[in-house]
Design a protein around this ligand. Structure first.
Ligand code: ADP
Ligand code: ASP
Ligand code: MG
Length: 458
């Protein structure tokens, strides 16, 4: 079997869903499990409605729900007719009614808990999967809808719940496999899950990729396909570098560095479950399904690796805060770094980039959540300074391991572009070099690096 995940823009309207159906039909013989996102923008709208009613504006929140309902009804009526359309419309009404009840609840209590935020967010995938499943059956695909919440069992860390792999494996085998065995196309939702006692959770923004990868891993899929709105993994975000080129093949290590450091095309944790089972991941464009996309594999076969290629891609992540801790007395003393990191551990805050010198440690975090509390703790062990509105730029490629002078080329290009480098760190894997720059220099930095390494490619 294979897993096919369709992101928000790949299910955004009736035209996109028709394309999806054609794509699934072509893969029909490979026993697909289809994992779908919410229609583009809907998750954001749902979260906005939740915040709006918490702020006391119930009628504006209900207005947003009305828009969501109209959009889904439009898609349904473009795709369906007769009894099937009626029954889908009834179910849309039910889901919207449930959402309205949530709005009413938040309004009355004046409180929006992480648990209810996840409930709100889950409706995007519930609505899209409902329509896609019906449209498949309407178009000659024998499809079965599985509620992901019966399979994707997670802990209760709302907004970024952790799947419990053993339980997910058990449930997937029990609930999904029999349908696959009877030759049905199974449709389920990405992003959402539930605790063991049935409370709805979500596994993090952009998490449908991760859902796909987890389902693929527990069901031993032969391939995981991520269908999106670009041709595959590109040499840089095409929104910044329009002439960025498609990468044919990359290793799991390269892809996870890129995803982790900002290439939004894949959720950062997506690769892990696939790595464990060495399941190839393919990133494909639902708007141009004939394009071969990017294949992500454990080891790149010799004949597929481009000789002489140094770097594969450049990613960036904005909204970074740099924390400098100076401690001339203690830095070299043993236990200092352990103490330092235990503070981040205590607040469950992940650190992206670290650089140390004789007297100071610099590290970066990607959100301001609990920053003040962390700073207070850090001040107990040294002088602390922070710099905000920074960005990480990450250059990735297995070829960097062997190429001499890559660092010089990177610094030369950035120097010429007058980009000030705040921090540098090279991963132990030697396949990435990570730089911290000012947020407003990001486009210039990515542009100059792309020109340096790929400028004369065409
Ligand atoms: P989906 O809704 O299908 O999950 P996303 O919007 O999450 O799609 O991810 C696709 C987007 O990722 C692209 O539109 C592109 O702008 C962005 N992106 C960032 N870096 C890269 C990269 N290196 N290669 C391809 N796309 C990238
Ligand atoms: N719909 C969710 C989001 O927008 C999950 C996803 O699309 O991957 O974050
Ligand atoms: Mg995504």
């Amino acid at each position: 079997m294979i897993v096919m995940k369709f992101g928000g823009t790949s299910v955004e309207d009736a035209v996109a869903i028709r394309r999806l159906i054609e794509i699934v039909k072509r893969e029909r013989h490979r026993q697909p499990l289809v994992v779908v996102s919410a229609c583009a923008g809907v998750t954001n709208e749902l979260l906005r409605a939740a915040q709006t009613v918490r702020g006391g504006d119930k009628s504006k929140a209900l207005q947003t729900l009305k828009g969501i309902k109209a959009r889904h009804k439009q898609i349904a009526s473009d795709l369906l007719s007769g009894d099937l359309l009626n029954s889908v419309n009834d179910k849309i009404d039910e889901l919207i009614q449930e959402l309205q009840n949530f709005v009413q609840g938040v309004y009355l209590l004046g409180e929006l808990t992480p648990r209810s935020i996840d409930s709100f967010a889950s409706f995007g995938e519930q609505l899209s999967s409902l329509i896609i499943h019906a449209a498949m059956n309407h178009n000659g695909l024998d499809a079965e809808l599985v509620d992901a919440r019966n399979v994707m069992q997670t802990d209760n860390a709302f907004a970024s719940a952790l799947p419990k792999m053993e339980l997910v494996t058990e449930k997937a085998k029990e609930i999904i496999l029999p349908h696959i065995a009877s030759n049905k196309v199974v449709v389920t939702q990405g992003f959402i899950g539930a605790t063991e006692d049935g409370i709805t959770t979500t596994i993090g923004r952009g998490g449908s990729d991760l859902s796909a990868s987890i389902f693929g891993s527990v069901l031993d899929a032969e391939e995981i396909q991520i269908w999106t709105d670009v041709d595959g993994m590109m040499s840089a975000d095409p929104r910044i570098i329009p002439e960025a080129h498609l990468i044919d093949v990359m290793s799991f290590a390269e892809a996870s560095e890129l995803a982790y450091f900002g290439a939004k095309v894949l959720h950062p944790r997506t690769i892990l479950p696939a790595v464990e089972k060495k399941i190839p991941v393919r990133v494909l464009n639902s708007k141009s399904p004939e394009v071969r996309g990017t294949l992500i594999v454990y080891d790149i076969p010799k004949e597929m690796s481009a000789s002489g290629e140094v770097i594969k891609s450049i990613a960036f992540k904005k909204g970074i805060t740099v924390i400098n801790v100076n401690s001339s007395r203690m830095l070299m003393a043993h236990g200092f770094l352990a103490k330092l990191f235990s503070i981040f551990e205590e607040f469950q805050k992940s650190v992206d980039v670290v650089a140390t010198s004789e007297v100071s440690v610099s590290l970066t975090v990607d959100s301001e959540e609990q920053l003040q509390e962390i700073l207070l703790e850090l001040q107990k062990i040294g002088d602390v300074q922070i710099k905000q509105q920074k960005a990480i730029v990450c250059v990735v490629g297995e070829g960097m391991r062997n190429a001499k002078g890559t660092g010089a080329r990177i610094f030369g290009a950035l120097g010429k572009a007058e980009v000030n480098i705040e921090m540098v760190s090279e991963g132990a894997s030697e396949i990435n070099l990570t730089l911290v720059v000012d947020e407003h220099d990001v486009a210039k930095a990515v542009r100059s690096l792309h020109d340096e390494f790929f400028g004369n490619r065409n």
